[in-house]
Design a protein. Structure first.
Length: 218
């Protein structure tokens, strides 16, 4: 492992805005995010597969009266968002290091108001579809932790993942689906608040359109 990666991972142990295995809150946070961590009653919004957390940090700035948790399995990436949040004095954003498949170990039924999936890995080979964060295996978990009428959002450049997701959502049972294959050219453009993730910047610079959808669970 590179030195920078290691330094970032070590940094996570020292800061309070990263929850990861071995830290006290990690085991007890489920159902207690607002009471114990944020200490307010604001709506709780998740960014799953947040990487370096640009979207979580960006949304936390735009919405000071919402709480945000960026989730990713890679600690060195989370460390970048954590540092940014500390530098910007954003107390309404935290980061959780876990595999999303274990999301119900950290969030109780109805604890979450909204979920953003930002450029999740496409896992394009057929046998790996079950690892897609929009596979029904994941959707059923999101539905259980989400409040009724909470929105699920997806941004991706990958059309195969996007089409797969629409099919998966429709057979899972959702409502109020809106979608576009070219977010920046659509009327929905304002709904992503102009915040670009790292991967979004890379793909848009290469000229790929961003696909976006949102829906609610039935
Ligand atoms: C393509 S990157 C996108 C990162 C960021 N959202 C962006 O747009 O810049 C996908 C991220 O998903 C994370 N990831 C993939 N599968 C995951 C899982 N099952 N649980 C947690 N994180 C996952 C990876 O570690 C990686 O950081």
């Amino acid at each position: 492992m590179g030195r920078q990666k290691l330094r970032r991972i070590n940094q996570n142990a020292l800061v309070s805005n990263v929850l990861e295995s071995g830290k006290p809150l990690y085991e007890t946070i489920k159902g207690n995010w607002n009471e114990t961590y944020f200490q307010n009653n604001w709506p709780l919004v998740l960014e799953l597969a947040c990487g370096k957390g640009e979207y979580s940090v960006g949304l936390a700035e735009v919405f000071p009266e919402k709480n945000f948790v960026g989730v990713d399995v890679k600690g060195d990436r989370l460390a970048v968002g954590s540092k940014q949040a500390i530098e910007n004095q954003l107390f309404n954003v935290a980061f959780l290091r876990t595999n999303v498949i274990f999301i119900e170990d950290f969030f109780a039924e109805n604890e979450v108001s909204e979920i953003w999936l930002t450029f999740p890995d496409p896992f394009n080979i057929k046998q790996r579809e079950r690892r897609r964060l929009t596979h029904s295996l994941f959707l059923e978990r999101y539905k259980r932790i989400m409040r009724p009428e909470g929105w699920l959002h997806l941004k991706t450049d990958n059309q195969e993942l996007f089409d797969f997701t629409i099919q998966e959502l429709e057979s899972f049972g959702i409502c109020h689906l809106v979608h576009t294959y070219d977010l920046y050219q659509s009327a929905l453009n304002k709904d992503h608040f102009g915040i670009k993730t790292r991967f979004e910047q890379i793909f848009t610079e290469k000229g790929f359109p961003v696909h976006y959808l949102r829906c609610q669970f039935k």
